[in-house]
Ligand binder design. Structure first.
Ligand SMILES: [Zn+2]
Length: 610
């Protein structure tokens, strides 16, 4: 076949195999359908490009990490280009125009969906978002569209789709005006062919090797950075099945636990309280040595001898849902047990006759975001609720004190044994929204940090630190309010945070991210993962449980893994169950803390040189 000769029909695609091809064969579909090739690839690669842009924002990435990310983004873009190339071949090979329109429609929908999710939720399509779509009933759907139907993010998505369609029209019209749709130079044809082969090769290798490796992690399916729209959709759909299966497994494991017969040895009435804080890094707590008075009430309790401050606790993740699944479940992360393979500890308490209440100030907070839906689909699954709780809050509040008031108002006649769980908004970003602007809580301001004159420090950053410290002070007030709820009763309270948060502590950055510990990994871990872990005992509990109090005193310097919290709660509650493991109970003589892993990948002990 001579150069420039027109190819048409299936023989064009088969031509390489029929040995009737020359150096322009591979390039021809791209040249012929050039606007389509570029625009289709762009729509599919939009997510990868946005992720890249997002990462560019972050300072202090390690070179190794940048290399890994670049490979991922290039993979996403290569897959998008390969799919666009395949579609161009099909279009070039057939005279049926509707096929081209069908591909353009797919691209427009992909682009619109990406923009909608990205600008409304700040993420890619995740299994959790698909779950929201599949699981919401009509009421919730109406509520969803009432919230997002006219949001700025939705407007951006609509404008993006219209702009995209307009670009298609213009580009196709301009291209149709051109006479020659081929390279005339042999060298150009060969170079372009090599680029196509390399791109397809990279895409195939990326899919075959990298994708299962990157996305195979059972806990990490939500974090699909850098991939193209098609891979993203496949992964998210696969993830939905996995999330559903996992929750189902958790229900089965919890139902099985109902066959065990746990008993509470405490003959007296007893209240065990678990307070789950939010985004609290211990370095900003006075009781952990912070120079400012952020926890005056806890400090007082510590002086009184009622408070036991554990010094060596790290969270396994910097995401609420990933950490809390492993708090609620009885699994041992060190033994590679997944959260969904074991029952929830609340079910064991309920089975042992405890009256279990769950007052969660994050239950409706950002409930349409994947992060929240992710956790809620587990702890508020209809099958789980019956097995695990007696009562739950119906409303959420702007400030945590209102949640405690709501709990107080809703309290029924006292039960002999109680397990009360509070999940706070704590110091969740944006911390300035977390405390009432009253004299009592607006204590710290820019002037408290003027002595800090590190090069990157500005008054704006000092204000962010002040807000975080004020929210921490407010949190101190909340813990006091919770301990006061039970007056002179027989009560023990365990407080923990789901993860930490850095606030310009050692570099010009605040917040948390799981994809970079920064160039100083020890500082990164220290300021995002080291969380407070505190036990408070009422006077009566101190009197009636001298052995436990003694053990608490002796255990505060032991390393603790957050997934062993359930074992400590069993001990504090005097609960006898076949699920109790003394080697995981920080108060037991058999206790042994295994190496703690961060993000399933980093060995905390090794990295910190312990
Ligand atoms: Zn959190």
């Amino acid at each position: 076949m001579k150069q420039g000769e027109h190819h048409s029909g299936p023989c064009f695609i088969l031509s390489p195999f029929a040995m009737r091809w020359n150096q322009s064969t591979l390039v021809k579909p791209v040249i012929k359908e050039f606007p389509f090739f570029v625009l289709f690839a762009f729509a599919l690669a939009m997510g990868a490009l946005a992720d890249m842009f997002h990462i560019c924002d972050i300072e202090d990435l390690t070179p190794r990490y940048v290399f890994g990310l670049t490979c991922r983004f290039m993979g996403g873009i290569a897959v998008a280009l390969t799919l666009a190339y395949g579609a161009s071949c099909i279009i070039a090979a057939t005279p049926r125009r509707w096929i081209k329109y069908a591909f353009y429609t797919i691209a427009t929908i992909a682009l619109g969906t990406f923009l909608f999710i990205w600008f409304n939720f700040g993420t890619r399509l995740t299994p959790e978002i698909l779950n929201i779509v599949f699981e919401t009933d009509l009421n919730e759907t109406t509520e969803f569209w009432a919230t997002f139907g006219t949001s700025p993010g939705t407007m951006v998505a609509l404008a993006g789709m219209l702009g995209y369609i307009a670009t298609i029209r213009i580009a196709e019209w301009r291209w149709a005006q051109r006479q020659h749709h081929a390279f005339t130079s042999k060298t150009r044809n060969i170079l372009a062919s090599c680029a196509i082969v390399a791109c397809i090769g990279y895409a195939v290798v990326f899919w075959l090797i990298a994708m299962p490796f990157l996305y195979g992690g059972k806990q990490r399916s939500a974090l699909n950075f850098g991939c193209d729209a098609v891979s993203n959709t496949i992964l998210a759909t696969y993830g939905v099945k996995q999330v559903g299966d996992n929750t189902q497994d958790a229900i089965i494991a919890t139902q099985e636990a109902m066959r065990s017969h746990p008993i509470c040895n405490d003959q007296d009435s007893l209240t065990v309280v678990l307070v789950i804080g939010e985004s609290y890094i211990k370095h900003h707590a006075q009781v952990y040595g912070y120079p400012l008075g952020t926890t005056p009430r806890l400090a007082q309790e510590k002086r009184n001898g009622n408070l036991f401050v554990f010094n060596d606790m790290v969270s396994p993740y910097t995401f609420t849902s990933l950490t809390l699944r492993n708090v609620f479940s009885l699994n041992s992360m060190a033994m590679n047990e997944q959260w969904y393979e074991k029952p929830l500890f609340t079910a064991i308490f309920k089975q042992a006759g405890f009256y279990v209440t769950m007052w969660d100030n994050q239950r409706q907070y950002m409930q349409h975001t994947p992060f929240q839906a992710n956790l809620n689909s587990f702890i508020y699954n209809k099958g789980i609720i019956d097995l695990c709780y007696n009562r739950m809050n119906a409303k959420c509040f702007d400030y945590d004190a209102k949640l405690i008031q709501d709990y107080k108002k809703s309290s029924t006649a006292p039960h002999k044994h109680n397990l009360a769980i509070f999940h706070l908004k704590g110091q969740h970003f944006d911390a300035r929204e977390r405390y009432p602007k009253t004299k009592l809580f607006q204590v710290f301001s820019v002037k408290d940090y003027t002595a800090d004159n590190r090069q990157y420090m500005t008054d704006k950053k000092r204000q962010v630190i002040a807000d975080y410290d004020n929210a921490t002070l407010y949190n101190d007030h909340i813990i006091r309010k919770i301990t006061e709820l039970y007056g002179s009763g027989n009560t023990v309270v365990l407080y923990l945070s789901d993860h930490g948060e850095e606030v310009y502590d050692y570099r010009p950055r605040s917040g948390r991210d799981d994809f970079s510990y920064g160039t100083d990994i020890q500082q990164g871990i220290s300021h995002q993962y080291c969380i407070p872990y505190i036990v408070w005992c009422s006077e009566k509990y101190m009197e009636t449980h001298p052995d436990i109090v003694n053990r608490l005193r002796q255990s505060i310097n032991r390393p603790v893994a957050i997934d062993n919290t359930c074992q400590l709660l069993f001990h504090l509650a005097g609960l006898e169950t076949p699920y109790y493991r003394s080697e995981r109970d920080v108060l037991s003589d058999d206790y042994h803390c295994p190496p703690r892993m961060l993000n399933d990948a980093v060995n905390y002990e090794e990295t910190m040189g312990r």
